[in-house]
Design a protein around this ligand. Structure first.
Ligand code: SF4
Length: 237
């Protein structure tokens, strides 16, 4: 009789406590989230290997997880990243059924440099040469003006100050809430305006203006009502 009659399962590397020296395609890095885009990756975007609809921006001063320091801190600059899947942080290009990257040959530099068993190289690269929105949008002046206006009016630095007032300052609370609601309405209207001009642009909004404030204000202990966009309605949580 031929054929396999029994399989002896090999214990995992971690169970055996064996130091790794190569990628075993466990997918852990891809499941933790997409990589940050660096200037070395610009050509991938210019050649259409990675399109802007797969990117999103963590805006300057937005709370962001720092993988190297293992803490959440305000972003020092814009951070442009590959999106996660809906309701998960798993990189949008990760194919769990085959444990593989759908853009492997054109994966960004962070993915090429990452060796989970030796993080020295990725640590050197991590916060260097991060690409920003302006670099990717060079030549589209009107759009950049809109983005700058949004960045000024919906600055995360101001949001942090106002949310502190909402929580700690009884006298300034009403005024701070009104200012936050103004920001919320503006954030909605600018996105709406762009999509009215070009429906396909809806896929690019998280890159152009970062994630909507309705999704990010909870990081400041603020909660928005479901129809917050239309009415601009924030309550402190
Ligand atoms: S781009 Fe590819 S290698 Fe990089 S995190 Fe996404 S799935 Fe993984």
């Amino acid at each position: 009789m031929t054929g396999i009659t029994s399989i002896t399962r090999r214990p995992s590397y971690s169970a055996m406590n064996i130091p790794r020296s190569s990628c075993i395609r466990c997918g852990v890095c891809c499941k933790k989230g997409g990589p940050t885009i660096h200037t070395e990756d610009k050509k991938l975007i210019e050649k259409g290997k990675i399109t802007v609809k797969f990117l999103f921006t963590i805006r300057k001063h937005e709370p962001a997880f720092d993988n190297i320091r293992n803490l959440i801190a305000p972003a020092k600059t814009d951070i442009v990243k590959i999106k996660g899947k809906k309701d998960s942080s798993e990189c949008i290009f990760y194919d769990p059924s085959n444990s593989e990257c759908r853009i492997y040959k054109n994966r960004p530099v962070e993915c090429r440099e990452l060796k989970c068993w030796d993080t020295r190289e990725i640590s050197l690269l991590y916060d260097k040469n991060r690409i920003n929105r302006k670099t990717l949008l060079s030549g589209i002046n009107d759009l950049w003006d809109l983005i700058q206006d949004h960045q000024d009016r919906c600055s995360y630095k101001k949001i942090a100050e106002l949310s502190d007032k909402v929580k700690c300052d009884n006298i300034g609370r009403k005024d701070a809430l009104e200012k936050l609601n103004e920001m919320l309405r503006y954030d909605y209207s600018i996105r709406h305006l762009i999509v009215e001009k070009d429906k396909k642009a809806s896929e690019m909004l998280d890159f152009l203006f970062g994630r909507p404030l309705t999704a990010t204000l909870k990081m400041f202990g603020l909660k928005t009502k479901e129809d917050a966009y239309e009415r601009g309605c924030i309550n402190d949580a």
